[in-house]
Design a protein around this ligand. Structure first.
Ligand SMILES: Nc1ncnc2c1ncn2[C@@H]1O[C@H](COP(=O)(O)OP(=O)(O)OP(=O)(O)O)[C@@H](O)[C@H]1O
Ligand SMILES: [Mg+2]
Length: 338
């Protein structure tokens, strides 16, 4: 699969001296659902603006669908659709006219454009308000209209800058569904920025995590979470018939394949292991064999927030940057309960 986006050592320094993008490199294969995850001010929008030819880069190289940014920005503009963070619909035009106008800008016309516009109004559930001026739309409607505008000409690559920020949970879920279909059924490459961990986890097959202008981690959500060092299994145990608290059992658990650490806690043991969920049956057998009563097992999977924490020393926390905030309790019940 060829890379539709290739970025090498991209730097963007704003006039005031802010180094918003500080030497990033990335490749996005055609057909990928790629996520650019990072907290406020990380450099996500700046990167999207450069890649979509809206902002001149300071240095580095960018190639999109084989078009070099310096030599052929027009080629890039034909390939891509962009939804920027600042909504760019024209408030004095109706939703429908906004989409028609966007189509004209992309040199579409006639019945094909009409069909496409009606299809998008339908998909984004804007049909009922299609003839109202866009300035009368709610924030969520404006966002959906901006998303539709980015898609009118069926671009092979779309840049979406926080497409679901400010949407209510229901609208967000709808946009997720639509973006998944766009990627799966039409093969559109999606390059999406988000501060929402859940969104990145759910939608994106590949992620780059950016912080203060630098990429701090790359990989699939599953790979990234695995890098954190597996999962935790918190065992709540009843009294043991043996002499020491959990002594023989602890040793047996430590010897299981994939177990990194076993920690004695107040009412039981916490097992740190790679793919700990797979060990549950064996652990249950061992605990019973040791004559210890097992009250519960809680599996806590690492989240992308744990990844960010490990790489940067702070948490992202779904859209709200809380640097230095207290970490979630280890062994807490964040995953499934057995
Ligand atoms: N036009 C500008 N002039 C000067 N500095 C800017 C400009 N736009 C952004 N910045 C600065 O560049 C850095 C990166 O900003 P950017 O908008 O790319 O972040 P972001 O990751 O998109 O954040 P958010 O999640 O809040 O949208 C920030 O420090 C920001 O203050
Ligand atoms: Mg932004």
């Amino acid at each position: 699969m060829s890379n539709i986006v290739v970025v090498e050592d991209l730097v963007e320094v704003y006039a005031g001296g802010t180094r918003a993008v500080d030497g990033i490199s990335l490749q996005v294969p055609e057909g990928e659902f790629f996520g650019f995850l990072g907290p406020n001010g990380a450099g996500k929008s700046t990167t999207i603006k450069v890649l979509s030819t809206l902002l001149r880069k300071t240095s580095g190289s960018v190639t999109i669908d084989g078009h070099d940014l310096d030599r052929d920005p027009e080629g890039i503009r034909r390939t891509i659709g962009v939804q920027s963070q600042e909504t760019v619909v024209d408030g004095d035009l109706s939703g429908r006219k906004n989409l028609l106008f966007q189509g004209h800008l992309q040199r579409m016309q006639g019945a094909e454009l009409q069909r496409r516009v009606e299809e998008l109004l339908d998909l984004m559930e804007l049909k009922e308000v299609a003839d109202r001026k866009a300035k009368q739309y709610s924030g969520g409607m404006k966002r959906r209209l901006a998303l539709a505008a980015a898609l009118v000409h069926r671009p092979r690559l779309v840049f979406l800058d926080e497409p679901t920020t400010g949407l209510d949970p229901q609208s967000r879920a709808k946009v997720w569904g639509y973006l998944s279909r766009l990627n799966k059924e039409d093969g559109t490459t999606v390059f999406l920025t988000t501060q929402y961990l859940e969104e990145a986890d759910k939608l994106c097959r590949q992620l780059s995590i950016i912080d203060r202008g630098k990429i701090v981690a790359n990989g699939s959500p599953a790979d990234l979470k695995e890098q954190v060092g597996g999962e935790t299994l918190a065992l709540t145990l009843g009294p043991t018939s043996a002499a020491g608290p959990w002594e023989p059992l602890e040793g047996l658990l430590r010897a299981l394949p994939g177990v990194d650490k076993v920690v004695d806690v107040d009412r039981g043991l916490v097992v740190y292991a790679r793919q700990a969920s797979r060990l549950v049956p064996e652990i249950v057998t061992l605990v019973r064999g040791a004559g210890v009563h097992l009250e519960s097992i809680n599996l806590a999977a690492p989240t992308l927030d744990d990844v960010f924490l490990q790489k940067t020393g702070s948490r992202i926390r779904g859209g709200d940057l809380t640097r230095g905030a207290a970490p979630a309790p280890v062994g807490g019940v964040r995953g499934g309960v057995y």
